[in-house]
Design a protein around this ligand. Structure first.
Ligand code: SAM
Length: 286
């Protein structure tokens, strides 16, 4: 990381810096955020598009750098976000289209990109209340699946996502794209399997794990008794016994046809909306 990237110093506050060279060290540092190691070291990540940047700032995420293409200059919302970035002590870069395309690695790039601090929800702070649904993902590998699940969890009113074991990075460009902005709305925690098992013992939750060999049809489960954690297995190998045996119910989504399983994100969506249906029917009774 170049010194400039983190140490923005008072000199630059209130200024918009123009950059046209791909060799500029700040641009090199921003481009490096497509690598997990750089994201971990800096604790930051990239989000593309004006809508996402506005949503993130509105939701209180800390913006470090706002990058916009020259063509976006003067647009009122871009100017507003630039002012908010400067007010938060961040850096604003006005760049050529070639530079923004190289940051996002796209031919038709978004005109605006934001660099934000990552935010992880500490597992110990998750104390689910009645009526809440959480999703726990065992070693999720595919960034598109993780992004889709975060987006779906948001749409289904779930309270957050817990990544169990070695998982793909929720702050990668691909995952953030797939969340369509929900990465800013859905808390994400991480845990080893052992930490997750210890947490579930004290959290007072019901674990509904999904398994191709599940004994129970997912529609027959009562999702309303306690806060629910929907535990989903890895794309290739499914849930390991270590986690499956923690389940209060082992649920199966009955299938037809030749497919041996559903895609992980699809299975999670089916479960989330079933849990939601139960919770909504409880709200109607009350
Ligand atoms: N070969 C893997 C296996 O044997 O479990 C397939 C894993 S599947 C692609 C990924 C995850 O989605 C599973 O671990 C499970 O959590 C969930 N899943 C997919 N289809 C399901 C079904 N019909 N019933 C229950 N869970 C399912």
């Amino acid at each position: 990381m170049s010194k400039d990237f983190h140490d923005q110093g008072p000199r630059r506050v209130g200024q918009v810096k123009e950059v046209t060279s791909l060799a500029n060290p700040i641009i090199k540092d921003i481009k490096a955020l497509t690598n997990k190691k750089s994201r971990e070291e800096s604790g930051t990540f990239l989000a593309e598009g004006l809508k996402l940047v506005i949503d993130a700032i509105e939701l209180g995420w800390t913006i470090r750098t706002l990058v916009y293409a020259k063509a976006a200059k003067g647009k009122p919302l871009v100017e507003q976000m630039a002012a908010r970035t400067v007010a938060a002590g961040g850096l604003v870069l006005e760049v050529s289209e070639k530079v923004i395309a190289s940051i996002t690695r796209r031919d038709n790039p978004q005109m605006v990109v934001g660099i934000f601090d990552q935010r992880w929800k500490p597992l110990k702070d998750i104390r689910p209340k009645d009526g809440e649904t959480w999703v726990a993902l065992d070693r999720v590998r595919d960034p598109g699946n993780l992004g889709t699940i975060i987006r779906t969890a948001d749409a289904a009113g779930a309270s957050g996502v817990i990544l169990v074991g070695e998982a793909t990075d929720p702050f990668s460009l691909e995952t953030v794209r797939a969340t369509m902005g929900s990465v800013f709305a859905v808390p994400v925690a991480r845990a080893t399997p052992e930490e997750f098992i210890a947490w579930r013992k004290s959290a007072g939750v019901s674990i509904v794990a999904t398994h191709l060999a599940g004994a129970v049809d997912y529609r027959t489960i009562d999702y309303r008794k306690k806060p629910v954690v929907l535990l989903m297995g890895n794309e290739q190998s499914g849930l390991p016994d270590q986690l499956a045996k923690e389940a209060d119910a082992l649920a199966r989504i009955p299938q037809q046809g030749r497919a041996d399983s559903l895609n992980l994100a699809i299975a999670t969506a089916v479960m989330l909306f079933e849990a939601r249906r139960h919770l909504l029917s409880l709200a109607e009774v009350k």
